[in-house]
Design a protein around this ligand. Structure first.
Ligand code: NAD
Length: 364
């Protein structure tokens, strides 16, 4: 199938792009490069030997998106473009509603116009709220943050639009703490100054940061630090492939599945495991909690196992080792880091297409 991957130049998107391509699909990436990097796509090409076009457009730009649907013969969509709280930049409620919710409208609009009938979107464990029932089962979302609410609203839009359009099937994969990197060490989370916990651990190990701030040592957890469900990015990428396959077998208009490991680990456990993988001490200090931080977040992965046949195969140790291979080989992120590769300067050496605005009407 020819699959449009939005956010394909990002962390999760580059791994999903590789997994879909290895599965035999043709992938077309749409990414506005606000957080993603074209090198992620060119490295996905190098890993798979496939040609992967990249359209550098905002997925909420309906004219540009329509042009892509018009020219790329899209048959299914995997939607990963979005803002996330640990993406290295501060985002607020408007960013989440505008991008994470708003892009859902433009994508569905184009899918309905062009008769594209399968979409799998990234959602989040944040839909279970700041005081979740753990392990969290798919039936119990009660989001209370703007990030979680925007994701839950997007899921509701996916469900409503699919119910109203015969044949359209949509799904949300609720991702938890995605970690690790492709075992080649060539793609991973591009977060030279911030990013998620693993990127910050790597920054400490590289001497780019003196110590790790552990937010909150007084949570009701065994060691007082927050507990997270860490899942390897390649396992999550496999969940997207499995979900897309499952949409080919079901008449259900909308499905939601947890893409978590179901294995809770405290932040201090993560620090210890990472330190062992890296072979050096990781200095840390416990600081105040951040507003809205969840004490324990952990998925119940049973439904995904039953309905998708998906089970995470990689361990926390695998995630640490793979993440470190990526970050130690790419200490400043993507640009210009692997033998002779140059930073991106507007498409030089890369198949970038800037899509001109569409001039025809949109129909009814
Ligand atoms: N990484 C995690 O732990 C995690 C956990 C839960 C949910 N998620 C969700 O999964 C999705 C992907 O996350 P990620 O970790 O890969 O983040 P990321 O920031 O690495 O990737 C997101 C990509 O989307 C692109 N993008 C953002 N807004 C866009 C727009 N309007 N048009 C086109 N492209 C746009 C960015 O340039 C980036 O390449 C996000 O929606 C995120 O909320 C991620």
């Amino acid at each position: 199938m020819r699959i449009l991957v939005t956010g394909g130049a990002g962390y999760l998107g580059s791994h999903v792009t590789v997994a879909l391509t290895e599965r035999g699909h043709d992938v077309v990436v749409v990414d506005d490069l606000s957080a993603g990097n074209p090198a992620a796509v060119s490295r996905a090409e190098a890993l798979t030997g496939a040609r992967i076009p990249l359209h550098a457009v905002d997925v909420a730009d309906i004219d540009a998106l329509e042009r892509i649907f018009d020219t790329e013969r899209v048959e299914a969509v995997v939607h990963l473009a979005g803002r996330r709280p640990s993406g290295g930049r501060a985002h607020g409620p408007l960013d989440y509603y505008e991008t994470n919710l708003g892009a859902t409208f433009t994508l569905l609009r184009c899918m309905v116009w062009y008769g594209v009938d399968r979409l799998v979107a990234a959602s989040t464990g944040a839909v279970y709220g700041s005081d979740p029932v753990v392990p969290s089962h798919e039936s119990g979302p009660r989001a209370d943050s703007s990030f979680g609410r925007a994701a839950l609203m997007a899921e509701q839009v996916l469900a409503d639009v699919a119910r109203a359009n015969r044949g359209l099937r949509t799904a949300a994969l609720r991702c938890f703490s995605v970690a690790g990197a492709h075992p080649s060490g060539t793609i991973g989370e591009h977060a030279p100054r911030g990013g998620g916990l693993f990127s910050m651990l790597g920054q400490v190990a590289l001497g780019q940061r003196d110590e790790l701030d552990v937010h909150g040592g007084d949570h009701p957890t065994p060691d007082g630090t927050p507990v997270r469900d860490v899942v390897h990015v390649d396992d999550v990428a496999g969940a997207f492939v499995a979900a897309l396959d499952a949409l080919g077998r079901t008449d259900r208009p909308f499905s939601a599945w947890n893409a978590g490991s179901g294995r809770p680990a405290s932040v201090l456990e993560l620090v210890r495991t990472f330190a062992e993988a890296v072979g050096q001490r990781i200095p840390y200090r416990v600081v105040d909690r951040r507003p809205g931080d969840v004490a324990v977040s952990c998925a119940d992965p049973t439904l995904a196992a039953e309905e998708l046949g998906w089970r995470p195969r990689r361990t926390l140790e695998d995630a640490c080792v793979d993440h470190w291979r990526w970050q130690s080989r790419n200490p400043a992120g993507y640009p210009g880091l692997i033998g002779g590769e140059r930073p991106w300067r507007g498409g030089v050496g890369h198949r970038l297409r800037v899509v001109p605005p569409l001039r025809v009407g949109h129909g009814a």
